[in-house]
Design a binder for this molecule. Structure first.
Ligand code: ADP
Length: 150
């Protein structure tokens, strides 16, 4: 069973996340969208809301599961028997951030990170921009799945 964990904050899920998830479905048997819970971080949406948005987005896809976890992503991967971490790359900043993490995760736990390059039509999207648009009553419809509501 090829099981991949797609970890993130998903505050909220965006069309950029959706792009990575849909394009990775042919590569894996199962994808666990896993919300990492960081007690010191402030979120716009509660964990329950973020899980609900994701659940509603993928309600018809049985191979996509949703979870939350605390602690190291590789520890969570071990617990659920996942050998792959899925991440999206928008630009060189993402690459520079991800490179040492992926190298460390492989060294620590033998977990392979798989990277997909963002599709050009969504590579401008980030959850932080979405939150900014939402806070300022902008039209966020072009940035998130229809299931995401303020
Ligand atoms: P994190 O705080 O772990 O970066 P995010 O929810 O912001 O959590 O992102 C989760 C993953 O989705 C990361 O790999 C991130 O690079 C990727 N991602 C976010 N937005 C996009 C996008 N527009 N296109 C492709 N990948 C994206």
């Amino acid at each position: 069973m090829k099981r991949a964990v797609f970890p993130g904050s998903f505050d909220p899920i965006t069309l950029g996340h959706l792009d990575i998830i849909e394009r990775s479905l042919p590569l894996f048997d199962e994808i666990i969208i896993a919300i990492g819970v960081n007690a010191t971080k402030k979120y716009m949406f509660s964990l329950e809301e973020r899980m609900q948005f994701i659940g509603d987005t993928f309600s018809s896809e049985k191979r996509i599961k949703i979870a939350s976890y605390t602690g190291l992503t590789v520890q969570f991967c071990k617990e659920i028997n996942a050998r792959f971490i899925l991440r999206g790359l928008r630009n060189t900043s993402d690459f520079n951030y991800e490179q040492p993490i992926a190298q460390t995760n492989y060294k620590m736990a033998g977990i392979e990170s798989i990277f997909l390059i963002a599709s050009p039509e969504v590579s401008n999207i980030s959850s932080s921009i979405v939150r900014d648009v939402m806070r300022n009553n902008g039209d966020y419809g072009l940035l998130v799945p229809k299931t995401v509501k303020t």
